[in-house]
Design a protein around this ligand. Structure first.
Ligand code: KG4
Ligand code: ZN
Length: 338
């Protein structure tokens, strides 16, 4: 089954063709990063306009690269939630028009389910059940992936997402947007022990997390150094910050693995590219004798291939939308409106 998949929830316009949920025939992407970097963050109105400009050309490109005709497409899939509402709407409207014109099913895909499904592309042998640590710009959660479309959230951030915090700290350190990967690079020459930042333990659910206190601690340190004219060891601050994020995430994943008894664990989302998180997850998995699945960096960030992968399983589960499909800025991974 060949699915034309569309992703436009934030600042990447992407169209892919994915076969049977696992094989990527074409993966086309137009990044808007350069445009938004002028402003230090995503400007939603600009994002929507750029999606409109790019989406048709990308769809043609995806068909050409996969050497397919429009009539070879069996279904059209689209990220319908969550994301910047104007941006998501562009993809949803394009996908509706494409599905209507081709007379093929329209498959709605939750963006975070797509991130998890990036693992199906990278690891053809991976099948649920498994545990997944999702760390993106807007979400941080530990998900029990019981089946392709049946999931349970074991824990989630109670405030900021980890990726969002990486970006905010990087921005104050004058690093280019999006700051997560720049901060990660700088941290390589730092010493995390020279800059120990707090690890929070919020709430009653031991799997829940909090990052806003950590973010504030890092920002206070930077502002204080500025005010007193002290030279900051930026690489060590970045290393200490990354270590605190990893120390917040990884022990909770370990607890969740022990609770579920799963032997397979995956990571997903843009911040799953972080080298400290990847390193600590590997150490933890090895210690537990669990198999760790980490998608290559290019599949961690937003792309349409992951949407096409998840769409196949949504289709098999009978999750097909009508022409009344709407876009949602927020929606839980379980499909509930938040
Ligand atoms: O999943 P994603 O592409 O978009 C959302 O769905 O939000 O995630 C983007 C986030 C940004 O916050 C970006 O700074 C972060 O992922 N990120 C990283 C790294 N690469 C990307 N954060 C930390 N270390 C990285 N190497
Ligand atoms: Zn994403």
């Amino acid at each position: 089954m060949k699915i034309l998949a569309v992703e436009s929830s934030c600042d990447e316009t992407a169209v892919s063709v994915v076969q049977d949920g696992r094989t990527v025939l074409a993966d086309c992407i137009a990044s808007q990063v350069d445009l938004h970097s002028i402003y230090g963050g995503v400007v939603p109105e600009i994002a929507s306009r750029m999606h409109i400009e790019a989406i048709y050309g990308l769809a043609d490109q995806a068909l050409a690269r996969s050497d397919l005709k429009r009539s070879d497409i069996d279904a059209v899939a689209v990220t319908y939630a969550p994301g910047l509402i104007g941006a998501v709407l562009v993809g949803v409207n394009f996908a509706k028009a494409a599905a209507l014109a081709l007379n093929k099913p329209l498959i709605p895909v939750h963006h975070i389910r797509g991130h998890i499904a990036a693992n199906y592309i990278a690891f053809p042998e991976l099948k649920p059940p498994f545990l997944c640590l999702v760390v993106s710009g807007g979400h941080t959660m530990i998900v029990d992936v019981q089946d392709y479309t049946k999931m349970e959230i074991l824990g989630t951030t109670l405030d900021d997402a980890a990726g969002e915090c990486f970006d905010k700290v990087a921005r104050v350190l004058n690093m280019p947007y999006p700051g997560g990967s720049a901060l990660d690079k700088v941290s390589q020459t730092g010493n995390a022990d020279k800059c120990v930042l707090p690890r929070s333990k919020p709430g009653a659910n031991p799997y829940d997390m909090s990052f806003s206190g950590l973010k504030t601690a890092a920002l206070n340190l930077i502002h204080h150094a500025e005010q007193v004219g002290e030279e900051l060891d930026v690489p060590s601050l970045c290393a200490g910050f990354s270590k605190a994020v990893a120390d917040t995430l990884v022990p909770r994943v370990v607890m969740a693995l022990e609770k579920t008894g799963y032997k397979n664990v995956a990571v997903a989302g843009g911040a799953a590219a972080n080298s400290q998180i990847r390193k600590d997850m590997q150490i933890a998995a090895d210690k537990l004798g669990a198999k760790l699945y980490m998608p290559p960096i290019y599949l961690c960030g937003d792309n349409a291939a992951m949407i096409g992968a998840q769409a196949y399983y949504e289709f098999l589960a009978g999750n097909i939308a009508g022409m009344d499909l709407n876009a949602y800025a927020t929606k839980s991974i379980l499909g509930e409106t938040i």
